[in-house]
Design a protein around this ligand. Structure first.
Ligand code: AMP
Length: 395
């Protein structure tokens, strides 16, 4: 079956068409600047990218353009649209309602809408994409795959904050966690790759991308994760602060004369390794500046790696041990000097890194030595493929 995977943002939309039996990507691309001017990037497997500038006032026109490109007689990936058997949509927040993927009925869409205030930037955009797809592809089954679902197995002690309990009861303020599709995909693949017994395994997944999170997976189920009610908590990220003393917010608000919106903007967009270094949020730029001796870039890289190492230590405590650790996403898969810095803190676990193997970029590999007590691997994530598999399983 050909599955169209859609990841809708507020002004952009990424897509892939995947043939589910071979798991081959038939075509992929994105729509950018939806509602502004509009740009479609389309690439059929084996061919060059095609870029079309065209007005897309709403997500509906954007999806129409994607569908037109997919069955265009010259470079289309399918001869007719009826060859697309199902659509898998990424949905950011499923609240406590969704602990697994679901077929998107009208009733389910209403329940997703009820989670909108937990992810006000993402869920409404996801819903617009789903509704536009339903309108343009009537009768084609649609599945929602949630970023939060994999983390729903966390115990109460891991998801409750030390806040008045009524905020949890009234407003559902708790830890949800994000990147769940990636944590699920990578933890399963890690267990398979190392031939571990899924029912008796302790693994930690470090998803280190522009947004970064880490999770503890005990016997195949998530027991803790670093992102919280929102994706701001936890690790130091590209431009997000991660964990800070909450009192800093009031302190800086007074000093800089900022309101709560201004403070949130600083914590989400002006902090992290970019805010620390003043160089970039991209580790390719940071590595260059680090090697040139830029002190702030050096500090940013040290802070980033130290925070990851501290979380790994806390998750070893949460699971009373660890069998294997996986690095994934842009930084986890590609940036060997950061992996090396993180692993340098973990000698007490009996971890030894294989310096040669750690040069790997973007492919599955064990990067610990054969005698390392804990196996450490690079496992590339593939959220689109994970969404495709979930979709096929449900339709
Ligand atoms: P992601 O959010 O998973 O796409 O990761 C994005 C981040 O990964 C970028 O900001 C870079 O810091 C890092 N990254 C991606 N590719 C590379 C690469 N080839 N070498 C070093 N860092 C990379």
């Amino acid at each position: 079956m050909n599955v169209l995977v859609i990841n809708c943002g507020s002004s952009s939309l990424k897509y892939q068409l995947i043939e589910s039996a071979s798991e081959a990507v038939l075509a992929k691309g994105l729509c950018e600047r939806i509602g502004i001017d509009g740009r479609l990037v389309y690439q059929k497997a084996g061919l060059d990218k095609e870029i079309t500038e065209a007005a897309m006032p709403t997500h509906k026109e954007a999806i129409q353009m994607v569908l037109d490109a997919l069955h265009n007689p010259e470079s289309g990936a399918v001869a007719k649209l009826s060859e697309i058997g199902a659509v898998g949509h990424r949905v950011v927040h499923g609240g406590e309602k969704f602990s697994s993927s679901v077929v998107l009925t009208e009733e389910v869409l209403k329940e997703i809408e009820a989670c909108n205030d937990l992810a006000p930037l993402h869920n409404p955009a996801n819903l617009i994409g789903i509704r536009a797809c339903k309108e343009l592809m009537p009768g084609v089954p649609m599945v929602g795959v949630f970023d939060t679902a994999f983390h729903q197995t966390m115990p109460k002690k891991a998801y409750l904050y030390g806040l008045p309990y009524e905020y949890y009861e009234k407003y559902k303020v708790r830890r949800y966690g994000f990147h769940g599709t990636s944590h699920s995909f990578v933890s399963k693949r890690l267990i398979q790759f190392l031939n571990l017994d899924a029912a008796d395994s302790k693994v930690i997944v470090a998803h280190l991308g522009n947004g970064a999170s880490i999770s503890a997976v005990l016997n195949g189920e998530c027991v803790d994760t670093s992102m919280g009610l929102t994706p701001l908590e936890g690790l130091v990220m590209g431009t997000r602060s991660g964990d800070i003393d909450p009192a800093i917010m009031e302190f800086i608000a007074k000093k800089e004369n900022l309101d709560i919106t201004g403070i949130m903007n600083v914590l989400n967009k002006k902090s992290g390794v970019e805010g620390l270094s003043g160089v970039s949020s991209d580790f390719r730029d940071l590595e260059k500046a680090y090697n040139e001796g830029n002190e702030r870039a050096i500090a940013a890289c040290e802070v980033f790696a130290y925070r990851v190492a501290k979380y790994i230590g806390s998750y070893v405590a949460a699971m009373n041990g660890v069998d294997a650790i996986a690095f994934t996403a842009g930084i986890g898969e590609n940036t060997s000097f950061i992996r090396e810095k993180i692993l340098a803190y973990l000698g007490y676990l009996g971890i030894t890194m294989d310096a040669e193997a750690n040069k790997v970029r973007g492919e599955e590999k064990v990067i610990s030595t054969p005698d390392s007590k804990v196996k450490v691997c690079v496992i590339p994530t593939n959220e689109e493929l994970a969404i495709c598999r979930e979709t096929v399983a449900l339709v």
